[in-house]
Write a protein that binds this ligand. Structure first.
Ligand code: GAR
Length: 190
């Protein structure tokens, strides 16, 4: 199974996917990594591994993922032979024509127990709401903001004295195990 990964930030989830492939627990290959931020560390991680990378031109929009950019992205992923697209900290809403190009084959990881706390900095939202539990979810993308059928989900406790940083770190440790497992689960069903 050939994976394309889209990310806007550090790419620790990409790293976890690559580590699972190296460890033999995920039978897949990452063939293309794209980012909407030319400086994003995810591109450097990929380049260090010899994986093809590219920048998505979002036409100057700060948070929108314009239709032409989605078309170009779908074309690049298809040309690279991508079977499944993994959003790994990609902070723009993926819609048509991406969804049409990869029906049921776009996954996202989100740092909350969806449907609770969709959107930005979900771990901060959980902390501010006084939740006793946070977590993370891998789901299929359906065009909504962090919506779509759940593939795997795992809870993480919120501990007394947690800060946004300590809670996010605890969630990310689980994300790094959950995302490769969810991709393996999807691979079996294809
Ligand atoms: C992850 O915690 C991921 O769940 C979150 O961005 C972080 C990216 O980290 N995604 C979202 O909030 C999507 N709504 P990474 O770049 O180190 O993988």
């Amino acid at each position: 199974m050939q994976l394309g990964v889209l990310g806007s930030g550090s790419g620790s989830n990409l790293q976890a996917i690559l580590d699972a492939i190296d460890a033999g627990t995920l039978d897949a290959r990452v063939v293309l990594v794209l980012s909407d931020h030319p400086e994003a560390y995810i591109l450097e991680r990929a380049a260090k591994r010899g994986i093809a990378t590219g920048v998505i031109d979002c036409r100057g929009f700060r948070s929108k993922f314009p239709e032409e950019a989605q078309r170009e992205t779908a074309d690049r992923l298809k040309a690279a032979g991508v079977d499944v697209v993994c959003l790994a900290g990609f902070m723009r809403l993926v819609k048509e024509p991406m969804l049409e190009a990869f029906p049921g084959r776009i996954l996202n990881i989100h740092p909350s127990l969806l449907p609770a706390f969709p959107g930005l900095e979900a771990w901060k939202q959980a902390l501010e709401a006084g939740a006793s539990e946070a977590g993370c979810t891998v789901h299929l993308v359906d065009g909504g903001m962090d919506t779509g059928p759940v593939i795997l989900q795992e809870a993480v406790p919120v501990l007394a004295g947690d800060t946004a940083a300590t809670l996010h770190a605890r969630i990310q440790a689980v994300e790094h195990r959950l995302y490769p497992a969810a991709i393996a689960k999807v691979a079996k069903s294809l």
